[in-house]
Design a protein around this ligand. Structure first.
Ligand SMILES: [Zn+2]
Ligand SMILES: [Zn+2]
Length: 264
């Protein structure tokens, strides 16, 4: 008998349950309990994401066509203190496509290797991005249980930011090799990263208009801040406080600076 554990997606778990504090105010979420790394809901979400990923990559590529304007962000995409979600919300589109390409193909390669399936990494490298992502997504979709059963694998770090180590999450970057960084993830962690990237494509193409932030509201301290991607506004659904994204980010930086001064 295996003891049920919390779904590895944590706060993002599809079947998460709200936690209420005094006065009936929601204080957070608890992930579903499951005998596997990911709960049934999250496994279904993964299957859906892998089915849709090639279409999403085309949609993100299409977003770049009319303007060819790529906005590079100078700041560390993890926000420096991991105050933001690991995957940034408005990073440039090209980086999203390249990172999906990297993660999907790396893990398709690992799964193919574990199953002794034919998968030529060399031929794959020479094909077009969309063909690669399509083949990789199909392989992972058909063999999701193999992906989720994979133990820790080390591979080259890539990110949406300028630095390969940005936004990788805690304890994922394992070593530096000259100018290259290596990360270690197991199959479930890779699945979660693919889900985060899938969501990034939905945000980039405007299919998801709002995102729940993880940071508490400065006014009422509830974790109920929503970021509206089309209006570039952050609104608290508990107290109704609103701020522009720029203002919110400046407040966060001030908060970190103040915390640093108090600690030292
Ligand atoms: Zn879950
Ligand atoms: Zn509030």
């Amino acid at each position: 008998v295996s003891a049920a554990q919390e779904c590895r997606r944590g706060q993002d778990c599809t079947e998460r349950i709200p936690v209420y504090g005094p006065g009936g105010v929601r204080t957070g979420w608890t992930p579903a309990h499951t005998d596997d790394a990911l709960c049934g809901g999250c496994r279904r979400t993964l299957a859906y994401a892998l089915d849709e990923l090639p279409r999403q990559v085309l949609a993100v590529e299409a977003e770049q066509l009319p303007k060819l304007a790529i906005i590079y962000r100078q700041d560390d995409c993890s926000g420096g203190g991991e105050i933001h979600a690991p995957i940034p919300l408005d990073t440039h589109l090209d980086a999203i496509v390249r990172l999906i390409d990297h993660e999907v193909c790396t893990w398709a390669d690992f799964v193919a290797d574990a199953m002794s399936l034919p998968w030529s990494a060399m031929a794959t490298r020479m094909s077009r991005t969309i063909d690669r992502v399509t083949r990789g997504s199909i392989l992972l979709r058909r063999n999701t249980s193999w992906l989720l059963a994979l133990g820790p694998h080390e591979y080259r770090a890539r990110s949406l930011g300028e630095n390969p180590w940005s936004g990788q999450g805690r304890g994922v970057v394992v070593r530096r090799d000259g100018t290259d960084f290596w990360v270690e993830r197991d199959g479930p962690a890779a699945a979660i990263r693919i889900l985060e990237l899938f969501r990034a494509t939905q945000e980039a193409t405007g299919q998801i208009a709002t995102t729940r932030l993880r940071t508490p509201c400065r006014h009422c301290h509830c974790r109920t801040l929503n970021r509206d991607h089309t209006r570039n506004l952050i609104t608290c659904s508990t107290c109704g406080n609103q701020a522009s994204v720029e203002r919110h980010e400046q407040d966060e930086r001030n908060l970190i600076a103040t915390a640093g001064r108090v600690a030292s």
